[in-house]
Design a protein around this ligand. Sequence first.
Ligand SMILES: Nc1nc2c(c(=O)[nH]1)N[C@H]1C(S)=C(S)[C@@H](COP(=O)(O)OP(=O)(O)OC[C@H]3O[C@@H](n4cnc5c(N)ncnc54)[C@H](O)[C@@H]3O)O[C@H]1N2
Ligand code: MOO
Ligand code: MG
Length: 414
Amino acid sequence: MVEHRKPIPVTEAVERVINKAQALGIESVALHDSYGRILAEPIKASHDVPPFNRSPYDGFAIRSADSAGASGDTRVQFEVIDHIGAGAVSGKTVEKQQAVRIMTGAPLPAGTDAVVMFEQTVDSGETFTIRKPFEPLENVSLQGEDMKEGDAVIESGSFIHPGTIAVLATFGYAQVEVAKRPVVGILSTGTELLDVSEPLVPGKIRNSNGPMIAAQLARMGIGCKTYGMSADELDESFNIVKQASEETDVLITTGGVSVGDFDFLPAIYERLEAEVLFNKVAMRPGSVTTVAVANGKFLFGLSGNPSACFTGFELLVRPAILKMMGADKLYLPRTRAVLAEDFTKANPFTRFIRASYDGSSIRPAGFNMSNAVSSIARGNALIVLPGGTRGYQAGASVDVLLLGVEEGASEWTL
Ligand SMILES: Nc1nc2c(c(=O)[nH]1)N[C@H]1C(S)=C(S)[C@@H](COP(=O)(O)OP(=O)(O)OC[C@H]3O[C@@H](n4cnc5c(N)ncnc54)[C@H](O)[C@@H]3O)O[C@H]1N2
Ligand code: MOO
Ligand SMILES: [Mg+2]
């Protein structure tokens, strides 16, 4: 008799997965290897930035008081007593009507408190004149204006992006404490599967899910162990899944999770005495997505259908892995957009439509069935239509989840 599964809402499925996911600890990596990792220590400013008052322009450092009364008719003259570029410190103390020729980034010499840009002078080499008075600290980049010593600059749990790396380098972090990444394995199940390089033969298709998931992991900065493809054969598949789950923190399988005669994942979970968190989610595609935990290891049973597989990864695998990586922003960023064409199908379950989003409007990316491959390629976002609805007309405002964004959102608000 066919098994009747009870679907749970997507939000609950996500919650169950997140509740099981645990951070894996901390390791130290070289700064140049830290892009894409999750920071495991808060970053405090260990000194002021900039560390000294400096010139933001190429020009002359003066004492602002000496510029008083300058005008187009009564130009005020200065004598140039030194010349410094960024990296140099002037040993001179600037006295009345004196100035130092100074380049952008160089520290203001003792006594000076303003900078005159070259463009504001008539320059004769030894001397120059100006036609306007300068305020104290005019054209000065102030010590600590960017960050003050002791400031909390970046929170632990943040994604390390190029800007984060600039801050870490500024404060001398040659090594950075980051969260450990999980070891993730991929196994594509299905007797029908051919490797990418094999020619098509009747009844077979090429394995697109395996390479796709490897790339979904790669864009999260995660490598993977690939366990290749397995035929739909219970004992053989059980052995591979058992071994793979022992060698990984997360094993992602594709296919074989539904109720077909050759869908063996449910039997494998049973043999492994795994705790099945759910085996039916009120979402389409991806309703058969099954998540189980065996001996502390995650088993993600994604659907074989490519669009369902893709969506199951983005909605359920991704936040779990991010949580294991110590991230505090686990979810796909969400926005609203205007639907560019009618979508009249009924949505018995929450529907996720692969779609292309241009920053304001969004359009389903063509053939959008669970078994579609083309729409995954064309889409850069998912339209979310709530379950129990139908009949969305062009112009309607819809929820959108953005794909491929470096850093996610901290809230799951569907
Ligand atoms: N009687 C029922 N039949 C089905 C149900 C159901 O509830 N009752 N659910 C349907 C839904 S929804 C989906 S989704 C699929 C899920 O199937 P499985 O996860 O068991 O996956 P398979 O049966 O192994 O394959 C489904 C489909 O995907 C193709 N496939 C599999 N692996 C790959 C791969 N690595 N690359 C590309 N394509 C792949 C496979 O050839 C099949 O066409 O079940 C429905 N049936
Ligand atoms: O899991 Mo299926 O994708 O709902 O078509
Ligand atoms: Mg099946």
